[in-house]
Design a protein around this ligand. Sequence first.
Ligand SMILES: Nc1ncnc2c1ncn2[C@@H]1O[C@H](COP(=O)(O)OP(=O)(O)OP(=O)(O)O)[C@@H](O)[C@H]1O
Ligand SMILES: O=c1ccn([C@@H]2O[C@H](COP(=O)(O)O)[C@@H](O)[C@H]2O)c(=O)[nH]1
Length: 309
Amino acid sequence: MLRTCATRIKPLAKIHFSATCSIPITATTTTTKTLLRKKCTLFEARIPASSRSTFDVNSTTNTINTTKRTFFSTSLKRRAVAGVTEEKTPPPPPPPKSSRKGPHPLALLAVASVGVSFYLVLVRTRGGPGSGKGTQSENLVKDFGFIHLSAGDLLRIEKERPGSKYGDLIDRLMKAGEIVPMEITIALLEQAMRESGGKRFLIDGFPRKMDQAMKFEEDVVEAHSILYFDCPEEVMLERLLNRGKTSGRVDDNIDSIRKRFITFKQQSYPVVEYYQRQGKVHSISCVDSPELVYQKVKKIFNEEFNENK
Ligand SMILES: Nc1ncnc2c1ncn2[C@@H]1O[C@H](COP(=O)(O)OP(=O)(O)OP(=O)(O)O)[C@@H](O)[C@H]1O
Ligand SMILES: O=c1ccn([C@@H]2O[C@H](COP(=O)(O)O)[C@@H](O)[C@H]2O)c(=O)[nH]1
């Protein structure tokens, strides 16, 4: 049975239910693997021009400055300026939210954009490395019109970007199976979300750590749902070694994979537990074929995103 929960962000201002619009898809990075133009029913809200993030990931003096952003939720107005190297201790997880009967509020929080109307629905996928997050995300993009953003892909592009001051750091941390400082990843995600002009995002492989989860929820948007792909390590290992024959990824080798598994257990799984306490996680076993796994995923999405219920 699906569990649902109330979000703490209240959609405010000029919301038009069941407004039909097409997602304007402008693939600004190659990470948005399969961006398809699709019709979908969404909520709309007018975002003031002032709600623009000042962070520019291409800048050589990156600082995440969230002070100029305007949010709809008063609970999200207390924002600090965070330096890119600053690692704050995440606050303790909030108490579990009570289960809610009835439909999800599909509208969450709008992220930065100038003079553009949009509202955002966010779904995130979690699962161990090689569990099949990317594979299933592509299916969901096709059938549900989500914009797929992979945190790992964004980091790989940033790593290769000429002039990136984070390239070496990202490369080293990826090989070590460790997690890149959240400010870098969140800035990349936020930029990709803004540039896509989209409204519904499937964020793949994120958040990897509690601090990322808290910061992203506070500064960008609260997750609507989490898909957790549950897969035994030996299955993931086999898939990743197989993928490594052709992927060219610096971390698809036995040493990096082992380290990634350790990082996942120690740092990423607590994030899954955090969202489980909020009733937002759909856990899916991924040992079956991609087609069978997708049948399960699709069923969940049909129920979760049936906007008429
Ligand atoms: N259900 C499945 N059965 C068999 N192979 C699969 C299945 N799902 C994905 N694969 C294969 O396993 C490999 C890893 O899948 P995928 O890249 O989707 O995983 P991922 O969770 O996104 O990995 P990562 O977190 O490392 O990016 C790929 O080569 C993919 O083709
Ligand atoms: O939020 C994130 C996501 C990823 N990383 C780093 O990238 C690699 C690969 O990620 P995939 O999702 O498997 O493509 C991961 O092992 C981390 O090193 C990150 O730091 N933060």
